[in-house]
Structure formats: C-alpha cells, structure tokens
Design a protein around this ligand. Sequence first.
Ligand code: ASP
Length: 346
Amino acid sequence: MKRILIINTGGTIGMVKTKEGYKPDGKSFSNLLKSMDVLNAEGMPFWDLVELEKLLDSSNMTVAEWNKIGKLIADAYDNYDGFVVLHGTDTMAYTASALSFMLEHISKPVILTGSQIPLCEIRSDGRDNIITSLLIAASDIVHEVCIYFGGKLFRGNRAIKYSSEGLIAFVSPNYPVLAEAGISISYNRAYLREKDTEGFCYVPFENVPIGVIKVFPGIQFELFESIMTERLKGIVIETFGTGNIPGYDGALLPIIEKAFANGTIVTVCSQCPQGSVMLGEYETSMALKNAGAVSGLDITTEAAVAKLYYLFSKGYSTDKIKYLMGKNLCGEMKDDNDAADPEKLI
Ligand code: ASP
C-alpha cells in the first residue's frame, strides 16, 4: 500500500467562521479528517498527517514557511511515496513554484490542494480536492510539484489563482492541464515530467530582497528610484503585452540602468496570463532589451519570484543568475531563450 504524508499548512480548507472572519482551526480540522471514513476506505493509500506549528491564512506565508514545508518533505522523503500539501488558495501558486525549485530533482509527487469552502461546511469543495489529491499522489504517474483543484491537475510552477470565488480557482494558461478528474482520472502523460534520476536535494531559500513592479498607464518611474538601491537583488517587471513599457522619453531607462549598475537582476514578465514576452518586438520593449533585462518568456510572476529566491539562495554569480532566469530549469517556462554559455558562468 502506498504511503502519503499530508502536510497541513492552513488555508480555507481547515478554517472555521469566527467574529473576526475565517481563521484556521487545526484541532477541529484534524479531528474532522480522521473522522472521514472515505479517507480510509479501500482503494485509498495509507496517510499520515503533520501540521505547521502555526496554521496560516496563506496571505501570511513567507520564505520561512516555504522552507519549513520543504524541510518536512525532505526529512520524510524516503519514508513516503508522495506528499499532499494542504494550503490556502491565495498564495498556493507561489508556494508550488517555490517547492518546484527548492526540491531539486524531485521524483515523487507533491500535490498542493485546498478549498474555497471550508471542509466543515456542507458545500465544501475540499472533500474531492483531498481525496483526489491523495489518489494522484499514490498513482505512481506524477513525479513533480503540482496543484490539484476543482477537478484539474496543474504543473505547480505554471498555475495561477484565477478566481476568488469559483470552485475551479486555478488555471495554467501557458501549459496544458496535466490531468482531469472525471469518471476516472485521465492523465495527459505527454506533458508530465519524466522521473528525475539525479539525486534529490532540498535547497532552503534565503530571504533575498526582491521586488515586483506592475506598470500602468501614467506610471511615474521616478517614484521607484528609491527602491532601486544596491540592496535590491532582483526585480520582476510586469509589463504590457509582449514586454512593453511606457516610453515617456526614456524615463524608465536611467532607473533600469541604475539597477544594472547595482547588479539587480531585472526580469520581464507579462500582465497577460497567456502568451510570451518578446523583448525588442516593439519599440516600447527595446529599451528593456538594450538595458540587459532578462525575458521571462511565458513564466508566471509567481514562478519568476520563486526562481529569483532560488537562484540567489544557490549563491550563483550575477551573470549566472541572469542566464538561468531566461532558461527553463524545471518546466516553469518554454525552452528558447538564447544567451551566453552556462559552462563559463560560476
Ligand atoms: N485566504 C485563504 C488562504 O489563502 C483563501 C483560501 O484558502 O481559499 O489561506
């Protein structure tokens, strides 16, 4: 019988309604899980449950909690066939992205799930989300970090939270759905990652100072000058369309140039969930290209943020981080950015 470790981090799935709004309640949730006969029915894998000491609304997740979840998985790696991480939906795509980098060469399934309605409420979507995640984690078919939600399995570092109310709360606009749970669970095997045969390794993240800027019509770039100090290691710019930013007679350029002088890695993502950045396609993205910004191609902002934490935590040189930000490392982006020879980078 397969053995799965369920790691409860918090989120709506285990929350109860209070006067101050929905809050995690670990005790009632673990009792509820243990009382669900279906989770121990024939056909279900054996499971154990561990919880973070402090269960969180996922809006409160930090790098410290990502590290705790990663360490729990790393410490239990040899004793279980797969992992189900119960997590709030708000930042689930960030945590899934972080784990996909942090758990280097993972060859076991890590399935993040949660719900939009608490498990203790009548119409909860948590019941199917937990049951199906356990079955997927025990299936021997998936060997990567995924999100299962609302009947669909997504690559974790390709998913984004799309709906704050719908029960199909996630999408992965730049990568096919990995499985759909209908009458049976049908896997899209061509798009699943192959089993990684290199040794598994857990890479804790450092709390590196990074930032995200979303451009908008009328943006006053000078306001951002104060955050573009040498302390800022990396920045993700969410641009229009294929990587375009307002020109305003080159107002952004001195700021970007300052960032480069400071060694800050500038990564360009798009505000469009679907499609890819193409730096230099329009005049309005040429300045970013000429200033040496990295095209994030079709990466999500969530994955770009996690990737910056990961690469800085590896202690790589600025040139190597810049190179790797534009390269597909674990399925987070498409494969076609060309750049310098990685062997020459330390
Ligand atoms: N605020 C909640 C959380 O992210 C929302 C949810 O779980 O659906 O923890």
